[in-house]
Design a protein around this ligand. Structure first.
Ligand SMILES: Cc1cc2nc3c(=O)[nH]c(=O)nc-3n(C[C@H](O)[C@H](O)[C@H](O)COP(=O)(O)O)c2cc1C
Length: 139
């Protein structure tokens, strides 16, 4: 089966008071859907933005992304890449996640991701490298 990888960034509309609970909800439903659709990937989340890698068949990635952009919990989408891949980078992750918090802000900062230059302002390579680094760590 031919695989593609889609990477997008968006602006978060989550508010501080319920961010944690809402992220948990997003992740639970994402993992359930992705399991069924053989989608793998990784979600980066900060106070202001999201960036997500989706891997799978072209049809399944398109269908999933179509649902994701309808979600009012984020806005201002920017697709950074949609291209064929030979192998998954996030095999085993129905959806991994790394949130910028006290323990991870140092790593986000190493990649130049700061509140002033947040995820939605970053180029593809930075997001892929940061997601790969964070996926390799125990979370
Ligand atoms: C930042 C973010 C990432 C998401 N990632 C996924 C995902 O990887 N897979 C997925 O099925 N849904 C994902 N969702 C959730 C979908 O937007 C949607 O809520 C879910 O698929 C349920 O769809 P439904 O409300 O039409 O039943 C994400 C939502 C947000 C806000």
């Amino acid at each position: 089966m031919s695989l593609i990888r889609l990477v997008y960034a968006s602006e978060s509309r989550l508010v501080d008071a319920n961010r944690r609970a809402e992220l948990d909800r997003i992740l639970t439903s994402a993992r359930r859907f992705n399991d069924q659709n053989d989608i793998t990937g990784f979600l980066l989340a900060t106070e202001k933005a999201f960036a997500q890698v989706l891997e799978g068949s072209r049809d399944n990635v398109a269908e999933t992304y179509g649902r994701i952009v309808m979600d009012p919990r984020h806005t201002a989408f920017r697709v950074l890449s949609e291209e064929p891949i030979v192998a998954r980078s996030f095999a085993g992750w129905a959806m991994g996640i790394a949130e910028r918090d006290e323990t991870t802000s140092f790593i986000f900062g190493l990649y130049g991701v700061t509140p002033e230059a947040d995820l939605h302002a970053q180029p593809l390579e930075i997001l892929i490298d940061l997601a790969g680094e964070l996926a390799g760590r125990p979370i």
